[in-house]
Design a binder for this molecule. Sequence first.
Ligand code: KG4
Ligand code: ZN
Length: 340
Amino acid sequence: MATKNIKVLGIDTSCDDTCVALLRIGDGKLEILSNIVSSQVKLHARYGGVYPLLAKREHQSNLPLVFKKAVKGECFDLIGVTAGPGLEPCLWQGINFAQELAVKLKKPLIPVNHIEAHIVANLINNKLTAIRFPAVCLVVSGGHTQLFLMRKIGKYKLIGETRDDAAGECLDKVARILGLGYPGGPVIAEYAAKDKGSICLKLPRPMIGQKNYDFSFSGLKTAVLYKVRKEKTKNKKYIQAMCAEVQQAVVDVLIHKTIRAAKAFGARSIILGGGVAANNELRRQFTSNIKRSVPAVKFLVPAKIFCTDNGSMIALTAFYHRGKIFKKIKANGLLSISKN
Ligand code: KG4
Ligand code: ZN
């Protein structure tokens, strides 16, 4: 069915990035008019993780500027804002800003679930019809590691999730143990890529053999901590080897469980999303494993800039939920996207 072009604004302040994007969507096509991300990474690096009240203050001062830069005085028809999950003080900055804008400009406002947006991000650089259903979706970010069975946009069933730390959180904590700074994922990937394989370290692959779709990553972080404490020569080679092994342990578990879920549920697509999906090894090894063990399954992963938090994924998700009426928007009020 043809849809007339509409312009959608997307706002995300769920964690440490202030994100605003403007999309033009219609007739099965999407055009990114702007996608601005103001990162607070340098600020939080001092604390080795995100400091929520500092992040909230930064969103408060950055959001009007990021909005101006993204919109450049253009008009738009619909506003989407992340309502959760996320850091509550940060979420309210985006929600309050979007609500004031919606009232002032008399535009509809759609609260967006951040996890669903990480899944929908797969359509930003793709045809809007790219997903073949049913799809198995793996969302791997700093706050979440969840597997969903997706029947269509808006219809998801949670089939597994982490019982403790998220995959990205584990990488962030390991980077801290190794003194590599924040965020951990990209720096661990960088060190791992330089590993020559001369030091053999073996870490566990938690829950890999269990016949469920759940994950656990806190034991992996603890295993790194014990090994590092015992090691006397923590030179560059050792750090590179540890980074390669911890990254491989995370990749092994994520791929194994996702492909097993795809087989069990007869998935026609496997979809990734979230910051950890920007990882080169995860992308490369997913591609080759799918080709080898489930070749008929289509593999989708967003471009790297749309794996980490961004406003475009919020705008596109809002587009799919347009027309719905939301009386009251609450931070973390849309905590679950799991529907049978
Ligand atoms: O989706 P995201 O930007 O924010 C959340 O919703 O949490 O994900 C951030 C997470 C952090 O844990 C970060 O270390 C991880 O994604 N990350 C990566 C890479 N880039 C970001 N992990 C592995 N490899 C990367 N290249
Ligand atoms: Zn995210």
